[in-house]
Structures are given as C-alpha cells and as structure tokens.
Design a binder for this molecule. Structure first.
Ligand code: SF4
Length: 317
C-alpha cells in the first residue's frame, strides 16, 4: 500500500523507534519558523479543521499494522505543520491507541494552541507531548517563529504551564537556537525560570544543521549549545532540529543506507523520506537518485505523487 499519512518508523532520540502520522497533508502551521525544514508555511492559520480526517489516517495505520512489521516504540502525531490544528486529533489519538495499545502515543507541537482548554484536553489523551519553546522574549519569538497574529510567548508559556497541571504523561521540551536571533542571555534567563516552573521530564537544546526557510539563519556554535544545556539541565548532547530523529546528522553514505532500508519497508515520496529521516529533501533526493541509478529502488507514480520503493517491493495500485 502506498502511504500518504503514515511515515517511518524512524529512530528518535526521545521516543525510540517512532512511527509518524502526518495530520496536515501539507505545510499548514500556526508559525512560519525561519529554520523550518519543510519550507515556508503555505497556510499560516490558527483555525482547527480536519485537514486530514481521522478515518483516512486510521485506515492507513490499520493497514500498516496489518503488514505485521515490528511494533514501533511510539506512534507520533506530527507531519508537515502543527498537528493540534487538526480538529480530529482526539479521535486519531484514541484510534492509534486502540491499534497499538502497548505503544506510546506522542504528539509533537509548537504549543501555540495550548492556550485553548479544549486542545489541552485532547493533548492530555496522549502519553507524551513534545512541545517547543524557542524564546520568551517577544521580539525574538516574533523573529524566529513568525507566528500567527495574536500569538505571544507569554500566552504559549501560560498554556504550557496549565497543561502541566492537567497532564499526567511526559513532557519533553525542545528549544532551538539560531545565532543572533534567540541566543540572548535574556532569553536564557527567562527560559531557565520557565523550566523550573514547568518541570518538564526532559529538555533538549538543539540548533540547525541545515539551512532554514530564511537565508542568513545560522546555527549557534557548540560552546553556546553546551552553555545553554548546562544552564537548563538539558538531556544528553544532541545536535539537530525540531523533532529530529538521530539520522539528522547522517553523512551521504549513511543517508543512502537509511533511505534504502526505509524503502525496503514501504514506498515513500522524497518528502516523506526526508521527514522520516530528519534529512533535507535535497539530501534525500540525491540519495534516491543514486539508488535509482544502481537499480536498488524503483519509482512509481500514484495519484500524481512519485513513490519510491525497494526493487523487490510490490506496490499496490
Ligand atoms: S518548524 Fe514546526 S512550528 Fe515551525 S513552521 Fe515548521 S512545522 Fe511550523
């Protein structure tokens, strides 16, 4: 079966072997972060809608399960934007849990919608929530995350603190630093106080490893990362970006290896592979082209999308 909304599984530093669900079907987000790998946000919105229906996602997830592959450590709601924008989220979490009762159900989120008690109630159905918070300094927040009008860092922080009170699962906070944008001491001081209040189960401080949406956005250097990690009591050192699996730092040869292994399991588009491996679409395309040349994978077009699969893998129509 060709999957549109199920991708991976990938190795995630925080979740283990994680099977991803795309709840958006396109780059729909409440932010337009300068470092976003998916590119510029196509639909900048706070409007909740069933962008991809629960039925469509759960049908694919059931099909994936029926293939009888190894059960993942986590099923992670994410995708090409902000998953809490999907108004079917609660149904998707419940359906994923019914299909994988012993698997962690996780949600990656930019936390902007946590100001809404309904969104918090829905998120509380998950086992783990992985929010991001890059700056508590308003001007920095605006510069790095470029959110929908009306979204403020203070509002997002209050939403997260309210959620902490209501949620019994794990919270893994992630902070991404971009040089000269949100790496100020003022931000570090505010985030330190915030982390003391939130008491997340884990904090990760990361930086960019690849160019973002906006030219001239640069990663911070290792010394800055170390200082921040120490100050915030962050988890094990790790470079990479938002929601990044460990494969994010792969060199070319390892990318080819991972792409081949992933395509042996299931057909995927270049974008799905990039998302699954935490690599840039450009890098993945190069790997796919190299594998096509050697005959290790083949391409097939399905409903206007080009899927690649291992040469021994039969794609359903
Ligand atoms: S990095 Fe995440 S929150 Fe930021 S624009 Fe991309 S999808 Fe949205």
């Amino acid at each position: 079966m060709a999957y549109r909304y199920v991708f991976g599984p990938v190795m995630s530093g925080r979740l283990g072997r994680s099977l991803g669900l795309d709840l958006l079907g396109g780059h729909i987000c409440s932010m337009d972060c300068v470092y976003c790998e998916v590119g510029a946000t196509r639909n900048l919105t706070l409007e909740r809608r069933p962008y991809v229906s629960a039925a469509a996602i759960l049908k694919e997830l059931a099909a994936w399960k029926a293939e009888g592959l190894d059960t993942p450590d986590a099923v992670t709601l994410g995708g090409l934007g902000e998953p809490t924008l999907n108004s079917d989220m609660a149904e998707i979490i419940a359906g994923a849990r019914a299909l994988f009762p012993d698997t962690v159900i996780a949600v990656l989120t930019n936390a902007t919608l946590m100001t809404d008690p309904q969104v918090r109630r829905e998120l509380a159905l998950a086992d783990a929530v992985l929010p991001s918070m890059d700056s508590l300094v308003e001007a920095e927040f605006a510069a790095i995350n470029r959110p929908c009008p009306g979204v403020t860092p203070q509002g997002v922080a209050q939403g997260l603190l309210a959620f902490r009170q209501e949620f019994t699962g794990k919270i893994f906070l992630e902070i991404l630093l971009a040089k000269g944008i949100n790496d100020s001491d003022e931000n570090l001081g505010r985030l330190k106080t915030f982390c003391q209040q939130l008491a997340p189960d884990r904090v990760d401080v990361v930086t960019m490893t690849r160019p973002g949406t906006v030219k001239g956005t640069h990663p911070v250097d290792g010394a800055v990362l170390s200082r921040w990690r120490k100050a915030l009591g962050a988890g094990k050192a790790r470079t990479g970006e938002r929601g990044e699996p460990e494969a994010g730092t792969l060199d070319e040869a390892r990318t080819i290896e991972f792409v081949q292994a992933s395509l042996a399991r299931r057909p995927q588009t270049v974008l799905q592979l990039a998302q699954a491996l935490g690599a840039s679409p450009h890098t993945v395309r190069a790997a796919v082209e190299a594998l096509e040349r050697t005959g290790g994978i083949v391409a097939r077009t399905d409903r206007g999308e080009t899927y690649y699969h291992g040469s021994g893998h039969i794609l359903e129509a």
